[in-house]
Design a protein around this ligand. Structure first.
Ligand code: ZN
Length: 271
């Protein structure tokens, strides 16, 4: 985990603890009765649980999520490489070419607005046998969204992908991994499966390719679901050169470890 991400978590924890300290001190100063502290404490505990669910990719209290691929009877050791935030030229096309060269399959969680801009890339993802998943229409943070807003993001993205590819996505991933307790019911109504992840490789900041390679290969194991990014949200800009450069060596390294990159769609019945 890069230093910036650790710092962010540290700041969240510090804010939470200082909030608590303030409650205790204030209660002491104004001499509030114990039940006030109890109510505030319960409220704070509920917030902490909601925050844990919202932020943590492997903690899913309100919706069952796919975070691992169990071993199958085929004796292969699967690994699910997932690419978020595309499709975007030239990166999605370059990644598709490299995956093809290595005979590797993957899953792409596409943003609806990006699909509308580059429908041919969405079609290429499907034509090459990869899984195309729903990643909302606008990459909105769903943590504070209403149920109606969640439904709208899901439906609009679903329609954008259907219009471009004639395929209805069966998998969904939350933008930035932030969840919402109301999400589960909306996903179930649309027969969408929530996909979390085991770990990210923090490729968004475009670190040197050899660092990305090390981050993946130092922990890659059978059944992992790994997050990477082939694009960026509408209105944002970013380079994915580092990932594209590192990808061939990543696929070679996975092969050397006996791991087979698979698409989520091909794992039906196992996940
Ligand atoms: Zn995203």
């Amino acid at each position: 985990m890069p230093f910036a991400a650790r710092l962010k978590i540290l700041v969240y924890v510090a804010l939470y603890l200082s909030g608590w300290a303030a409650i205790i001190v204030l209660t002491g100063i104004v001499g509030a009765p114990g039940w006030v502290l109890a109510v505030m404490g319960s409220f704070s505990a509920i917030l902490a649980v909601l925050a844990l669910d919202a932020f943590h990719p492997r903690v899913n209290l309100f919706a069952p999520a796919i975070v691992r691929i169990p071993p199958g009877s085929d004796n292969r050791s699967p690994i699910a490489l997932t690419f978020d935030d595309g499709p975007v030229e030239p990166y999605t096309r370059e990644i598709l070419e490299i995956l093809e060269q290595y005979g590797a399959k993957a899953s792409f969680f596409c943003i609806g607005e990006n699909v509308v801009r580059a429908p041919e890339l969405a079609r290429a993802i499907v034509a090459r046998g990869h899984t195309l998943g729903n990643h909302t229409q606008t990459h909105r943070n769903l943590m504070f969204a209403s149920r109606r807003q969640i439904a709208e993001e899901l439906d609009r993205c679903q329609h954008s992908i259907e219009d471009a590819t004639q395929v209805s996505p069966r998998f969904f991933r939350c933008p930035k991994g932030y969840k919402n307790p109301m999400l589960h019911a909306e996903l179930r109504r649309r027969s969408l499966r929530l996909v979390g992840y085991g770990y990210p490789i923090w490729d968004v900041q475009n670190p040197p390719p050899e660092e990305l390679l090390e981050r993946l290969l130092s922990r890659a194991a059978s059944g992992d679901v790994v997050v990477m990014h082939d694009g960026y949200p509408p209105g944002a800009m970013g380079s994915r050169d580092s990932l594209v450069t590192a990808l061939p060596a990543m696929l070679e390294g996975l092969r050397a470890r006996g791991l087979t990159p698979v698409s989520l769609g091909s794992m039906a019945g196992r996940i």
